[in-house]
Design a protein around this ligand. Structure first.
Ligand code: NFE
Ligand code: MG
Length: 585
């Protein structure tokens, strides 16, 4: 076999428009280019606006991680103004972020990533009795009877017989890279459908605290909801409350119900499914390794957000897969986090080879590429609307794996126990985490850790309410007349796909500069001025691609990062709307 370029554009079952071009020699990927092919411009739209409104605009960066840009934004403004928020607001934010995490991870596993591992057509060959036996051997999830699986199989068989596979169209069904037996495929198909119904329940938590989902409301200075609960109601459980926007006992009971549903689904379905499926693909714990440097900003404060010791997920850096040391990082230091545009369709006034810290960041669109639709990227020049963030010049992977590694390396006991037990079940060493399947498993494991933690935040919130502590909003610094003439701040969070921060510069009460550096920007960005591959690009190198016309292996590794390109560029290329297309030249 000679040299080929395989183009996957757009990659489907992600958010946004991503193009991958891979150079393939003798059946192995020797180099890859990752390109965000859509451009928006939220950072530009925000200039000149009231910083208290920024969250509502910033949140529209994305419709998947709908809440996290709202959180990063209000935190950035609060940081700039040294604006403390009540503890109840902190707890409500923790619960909202956590619900987003687990909702998003389950959706990624079943709706976006599962079909890289699960051959749904093979489910038509499954024996429902054997499927039930398999499911019951994995967990005590109640929807595991032979009758249930027979029903799902019949429904799917009628669907397939109609000749239209709908949401399951365009898969590489029958590809020999699929390893699950028919019964495991049927079980996963049933859980794909169950996961949709479950997500509808989880979304209610955002509606209780933020008025709606997607895109719940936020407010600079606290939580956008009053708590309205009478002491009598707390004792007899009767719903009480006034005002359509106040959280009452009914709302709090819905939140408790959602937390139970989250934990139940993770324990009974998501975690056992991940371990069972991973067991058939153990070779993928050695593939898609990537850059080996990991970064997490940290999340889930028990005190103020800048009290880093109080973060449940710690902040830190892991270099060269070395779990013996967690390195510190600083979000304000001008020489640590910088964005590069050497291979991006942007210009910098300081020149294209310079990096800029986000406080001094620039968003000047400079499209120099070919007119779409184009045959190939010019990967020697600029080839993406995504910038290339770096930490001290180094390429960093962000996301669930980064967080689980930082938790593990800093000695978090629950994480150690869970990770070690999972690896033992699979008979794998800890180094197996640095891989495509490691990323996927880490997403599940952190869902368990975060879902479990939700009960503690809920109990704390309820204890505060019982003690008469109802404050959710601090009005002290709401009026711009109380603000300094100039202020700047950074708001960080962990989004489902990784470390996220917004940097804001406020002058005379208005936004002078606003820069978002987003998880998928870190992971999907192109090469930098030094020629270092971005994380997607690095992870694809060395991957075997036995059938370039069915690049399932590219999808497995790219999907393991859970790409979101709307986030990554936060800045459409209507001409680019085509179905997944593979070009072999
Ligand atoms: Ni649009 Fe997002 C998350 C953020 S992405 S999905 O998670 O921020 O990179
Ligand atoms: Mg940006």
């Amino acid at each position: 076999m000679g040299k080929q370029t395989v183009v996957v554009d757009p990659v489907t079952r992600i958010e946004g428009h991503l193009r991958i071009e891979a150079e393939v020699k003798d059946g192995v990927i020797t180099g890859a280019s990752s390109s965000g092919t859509m451009v928006r411009g939220l950072e530009i739209i925000l200039q000149g606006r009231d910083p208290r409104d920024a969250w509502a605009f910033a949140q529209r960066i994305c419709g998947v991680c709908t809440l996290v840009h709202g959180i990063a934004s209000v935190r950035a403004v609060e940081d700039a103004l040294h604006y403390p928020i009540p503890q109840n607001a902190q707890l409500i934010r923790n619960l909202m972020i956590a619900a987003q995490f687990v909702h998003d991870h389950v959706m990624h596993f079943y709706q976006l990533h599962a079909l890289d591992w699960v051959d749904v057509l093979s489910a038509l060959q499954a024996d429902p009795v054997k499927t039930a036996a398999l499911a019951q051997s994995l967990s005590d999830y109640p929807r595991s009877s032979p009758g249930y699986f027979a029903e799902v199989k019949d429904k799917f068989a009628r669907f397939a017989a109609s000749g239209q596979l709908g949401i399951f169209a365009n898969g590489y069904w029958g590809n020999p890279a699929y390893k699950l037996p028919p019964e495991a495929n049927l079980m996963a198909l049933a859980h794909y459908l169950d996961a949709l119904a479950w997500q509808r329940e989880v979304a209610k938590l955002h509606a209780v605290f933020g008025g709606k989902n997607p895109h719940p409301n936020f407010v600079v200075g606290g939580a956008p909801t009053a708590i309205s609960v009478s002491p009598a109601a707390l004792h007899n459980g009767v719903a009480a409350g006034v005002g359509a926007t106040a959280v009452n006992m009914t709302g709090l009971e819905i939140v408790q119900h959602v937390i139970r549903e989250i934990r139940r689904f993770v324990d009974q379905v998501y975690l056992p499914d991940t371990l069972a499926i991973a067991g058939f693909y153990k070779d993928w714990f050695r593939k898609g390794e990537g850059v080996g440097n990991f970064l997490a900003y940290g999340e889930f404060p028990s005190r103020g957000i800048n009290d880093l010791d109080s973060l449940m997920i710690p902040r830190g850096i892991i270099l060269n897969r070395d779990l013996s040391t967690v390195h510190p990082l600083e979000l304000r230091a001008p020489d640590q986090i910088q964005e590069f545009v050497a291979h991006s369709w942007y210009s910098y006034t300081v020149g294209k080879d310079q990096g800029l810290h986000p406080f001094a960041g620039q968003t000047h669109l400079d499209y120099t590429g070919p007119k779409p639709p184009y045959a190939h990227l010019d990967s020697e020049a600029s080839y993406s609307w995504i910038k290339s963030p770096r930490w001290k010049g180094k390429v960093m992977e962000v996301g669930p794996l980064a967080r689980v590694l930082v938790l593990y390396a800093s000695g978090n006991q629950e994480t150690r126990t869970l990770v070690d037990a999972s690896l033992r079940k699979l008979d794998l060493p800890v180094q197996a985490l640095f891989s495509t399947m490691g990323r996927t498993a880490a997403r599940t494991l952190e869902s368990k850790i975060i879902g479990d933690a939700m009960q503690g935040w809920y109990d704390q919130l309820m204890a505060n309410i019982r003690a008469g502590e109802l404050e959710t909003f601090n009005p002290a610094l709401w009026e711009p007349s109380t603000w300094p003439a100039e202020a700047r701040g950074v708001g960080f969070t962990e989004a489902p796909r990784g470390a996220l921060a917004h940097w804001v510069v406020i002058k005379d009460g208005l936004i002078d500069n606003y820069q978002a550096v987003v998880p998928s920007t870190w992971n999907a960005g192109p090469r930098d001025a030094a020629g270092q591959d971005g994380p997607y690009e690095a992870a694809l190198k060395g991957t075997e691609l036995p059938d370039p016309a069915q690049p399932l292996e590219i999808l497995r590794t790219i999907h393991s990062f859970d790409p979101c390109i709307a986030c990554a560029v936060h800045l459409v290329d209507p001409a680019g709307e085509e179905l997944l297309q593979v070009k072999v030249c």
